[in-house]
Every structure is written in structure tokens, then in C-alpha cells.
Design a protein around this ligand. Structure first.
Ligand code: HEC
Length: 156
């Protein structure tokens, strides 16, 4: 028995490329204010990028221009500017040192906790250590209560 192929939907490669490199496929992310913050930004970068090999994608605009290829900055439906991983986290890989969009990423390691890796680069003070604060709590504490300083606006 012969099963005929399903017809492909007509697509627009330019729109597709723009969606792939500029639009969020998650509804949420880390606030852009946190990502771009002088001090807290390194924790955010540790969580989203870690020690992954990254490149910038030519032709990206706005906040995306200088971001690692596997991250996308976008505005949520509630109007919050955020940054999160995109499809290229897994569907982008390096061959001879060159980023190939669509190549499977053979180096991504999903066996650890990004949160704990971010904490590894974090300074603990004596009070945190003596109070027995766990590293994961410390990251959350470092990121909570910062709304005023980071100017993370809550949507109306
Ligand atoms: C966390 C890793 C990860 C992310 C992020 C990811 N994918 Fe995948 N994707 C995979 C893996 C692994 C497979 C292969 C699954 C399999 O073969 O069972 C796959 C398969 C696919 C396939 C099927 C390919 C084929 O040959 O049939 C498509 C299409 C695809 N992904 C598109 C996307 C798009 C679009 C996004 C972003 C919206 C995305 N993926 C994000 C890991 C990921």
C-alpha cells in the first residue's frame, strides 16, 4: 500500500528565520534588566550560558544583536523584556570552529544543574555560610528583592 506524502505548508523563509532568531518560543525568561545588570548579570549569564561555546548571529537586531546565538531577547505578552534560550541551544553546533545553524549540539550537557553552576562563581559571605544557607537558596536570595535596584517593572 502506498501512502502519499502530506503536502508541505507554504512557508516564508524570511519570516521563519526572524522567528527563529528574534522571537521567544517560551512565554517567559530572565528579565532583561537582570541580564544586563552590572553585578547580577554574571549570575544570569552563568545560568543561561554557563561555559557553552557561543557565537553571535549576523543580522540580529535590537537586544539580540550581541547575544550568544542560543539566546533570544523578546517581550512577553505582559510587556516584560526578557531573555531565554532558543532552539539553537540544541539545534546549533560548531564544526571546525564555525557555528552551523541546524547542526545538533553534541556538547550540551543536561545532566547538571545550571543553577548550581551559576552559584559556583558566586561569593559567599560569612553570614550565609554560618546560617547554613544552601547554594540554591543563596542564588534565589541574590535574585529576589532586587526589583527596585534592577528596575524590573511589574506589568500593569
Ligand atoms: C533541549 C534541546 C532542544 C531544544 C531547545 C529544541 N529541540 Fe528540537 N529536537 C531536539 C532533539 C533531541 C530532537 C530529536 C528528537 C528525536 O529524534 O527523537 C529534536 C528534533 C526536532 C525536529 C525534528 C527533526 C527531524 O529530523 O524530524 C524539529 C523540526 C525540531 N526539533 C525543531 C525545534 C524547534 C523549532 C525548536 C525551538 C522552538 C527546537 N526544536 C528546540 C532537541 C531540542
Amino acid at each position: 500500500m502506498y501512502i502519499a506524502a502530506e503536502p508541505f505548508e507554504e512557508g516564508d523563509p524570511d519570516k521563519g528565520w526572524h522567528a527563529l532568531t528574534h522571537e521567544g518560543f517560551m512565554s517567559c525568561g530572565l528579565p532583561w534588566a537582570l541580564w544586563s545588570h552590572d553585578l547580577a548579570g554574571s549570575v544570569a549569564q552563568g545560568m543561561l550560558v554557563g561555559d557553552a561555546e557561543v557565537a553571535t548571529l549576523p543580522g540580529r537586531t535590537g537586544n539580540n544583536q550581541d547575544l550568544p546565538h542560543m539566546l533570544t531577547a523578546f517581550t512577553t505578552t505582559e510587556g516584560v523584556d526578557v531573555v531565554n534560550v532558543n532552539c539553537l541551544q540544541c539545534h546549533g553546533g560548531f564544526f571546525n570552529g564555525e557555528l552551523v545553524v541546524g547542526l545538533g549540539n553534541a556538547t550540551a550537557d543536561f545532566t547538571g544543574s545550571a543553577e548550581e553552576e551559576a552559584v559556583a562563581s558566586f561569593e559567599f559571605d560569612d553570614e550565609m555560610l554560618s546560617s547554613g544557607t544552601r547554594p540554591t537558596d543563596t542564588t534565589r536570595n541574590a535574585m529576589s528583592g532586587q526589583e527596585d535596584r534592577l528596575d524590573i517593572s511589574t506589568p500593569a
